[in-house]
Design a protein. Sequence first.
Length: 71
Amino acid sequence: MKARTPSDSDLPPPGTGRRFVGIHFVCCNVYVRVYLNRAGTAFAGHCPRCTRPVRIPVEEWSPDKKFWQAG
């Protein structure tokens, strides 16, 4: 299966980068970045060690709070 390449509409405007929050997964004591999903509705990701999922709706996100804890 051929890998999908992002189209121009999938990419953020130049110089802005992707929005993310830092997550501390207490379950495995690791920190990761969790990025905004394509729909722009939530920051979604998972623990890289145990795959525990995390989802932070945009309504709960605040520019002042860049770091969260999960599991």
